[in-house]
Design a protein around this ligand. Structure first.
Ligand SMILES: [Zn+2]
Length: 376
């Protein structure tokens, strides 16, 4: 065999062995860790969210006698499962009398699988849990009897279906968190400029328009979501600018996000389920929860599309050119945890120099704000 073929053979061997290793290690056991644990109160439920850095596979079972939600999570090793990040939330859940204890143990038969047991307190609760698709976030939603009563009242009075009157505008990032940064332009400043233009326009048009931040400060994501409840906003609009890492003239355009939530009947296909605890199984409760969540999803999705069409139209009318990247479903925390219809607008790509030049242009910023305002 001559030298040239030998070289090719060498490359092929390397290539195939690499491919096989990748296929076998679609679960990255070694590197997979808990990225974040969060516990927040949203209007009708408490949410425990566990985000992993890598792929996981979840099997779940509710053990009635122990009042225990049992998860078998494969794709992570016990020594990577940092229990410390749970501690503050466990204390909080205990104080609320929701949870008795949370424990994590190694599956003795499989070193790449752990068992996570959430033992619930002696309280009447409704639980629903699922893995957020493609996102490696495990979500457990806990409804108390009181929160179900409130939900029943709101759903039967058709609250959450009224026309948008009071909006919460959310300029992304701020303070020590600048967001994307290209040629000394910081995303947080672009977001704030567009948001301020939008606030001004909405107020002129007779809407209530409140901001999650009006200056260069950092506001946590849960605080942004909680503000929507505090000020009783009926819609949440988050404003961001996009980036694709390296400078790239080809990747540009407008994207608008909303978040889908699975229906009760779909929980199984999202590696999840539901359980009534201390309450009898009620079809009314299941229907009510679906009605509320799907209504929010539908309204968010429809608003996302209207905003997309309107911004593109306004920009085009004023001689600006961008690409339509469509509306996208993504479980971003400010969207999925929000109590009201919520969208997130990625106004354009800062990593595309041509688009960045537009994004810093005051007229362009105002036209984006106009596009949003006209969609409402
Ligand atoms: Zn951003």
């Amino acid at each position: 065999m001559n030298k040239k073929y030998f070289k090719w053979l060498f490359f092929l061997i390397i290539f195939f062995s690499f491919e096989f290793t990748c296929a076998e290690n679609s679960f990255n056991y070694e590197g997979n860790k808990i990225n974040r644990v969060g516990f927040i109160r949203i209007p009708y439920s408490y949410v425990l969210g566990i985000a992993f850095t890598d792929l996981i596979n979840v099997k779940s079972e509710f053990k009635n006698t122990q009042k225990q939600l049992h998860f078998e999570i494969s794709g992570i090793r016990k020594n990577n499962f940092d229990e410390k990040c749970f501690l503050p939330f466990i204390t909080e859940m205990k104080n609320l009398d929701i949870v008795g204890s949370v424990e994590c143990v190694q599956n003795s038969k499989n070193e790449n699988e752990i068992f996570l047991n959430i033992n619930f307190a002696d309280k009447n609760l409704f639980l629903r849990w699922y893995k957020v698709p493609n996102n490696n976030v495990l979500r457990v939603e806990i409804f108390t009897e009181e929160s179900l009563e409130k939900l029943k009242y709101d759903v039967s009075n058709n609250l959450g279906n009224q026309k948008f009157k009071k909006l919460l505008i959310d300029p992304g990032h701020g303070g020590n968190l600048p967001g994307a940064c290209y040629f000394d332009v910081k995303e947080k400043n672009l977001n704030l400029a567009i948001a301020q233009d939008l606030q001004e326009l909405l107020e002129l048009n007779g809407y209530g328009a409140i901001m999650t931040r009006s200056s260069d400060v950092d506001v946590s994501l849960p605080a942004r979501v909680e503000l929507a409840q505090k000020v009783m906003a009926d819609c949440f609009i988050s404003i961001h600018c996009n980036a694709s890492g390296e400078l790239n003239p080809k990747v540009k355009g407008l994207e608008v996000y909303y978040a889908e939530v699975p229906k009760i009947s779909q929980l199984n296909s999202f590696q999840g389920g539901y359980q009534f605890l201390g309450m009898s199984q009620s079809l009314d409760v299941l229907n009510m929860i679906d009605k509320h969540t799907q209504n929010k999803v539908e309204r968010s999705k429809s608003l996302a599309d209207k905003v997309r069409v309107s911004i593109l139209h306004t920009l085009k009318e004023n001689g600006f050119n961008t690409l339509d990247r469509g509306i996208k479903n993504s479980p971003l925390s400010v969207l999925i945890n929000n109590s009201v219809p919520a969208i997130l607008i990625e106004c354009g790509y800062m990593s595309c120099k041509e688009e960045l030049d537009n994004l810093v242009n005051r007229v362009y910023q105002q036209k984006i704000a106009e596009g949003i305002a006209e969609a409402l």
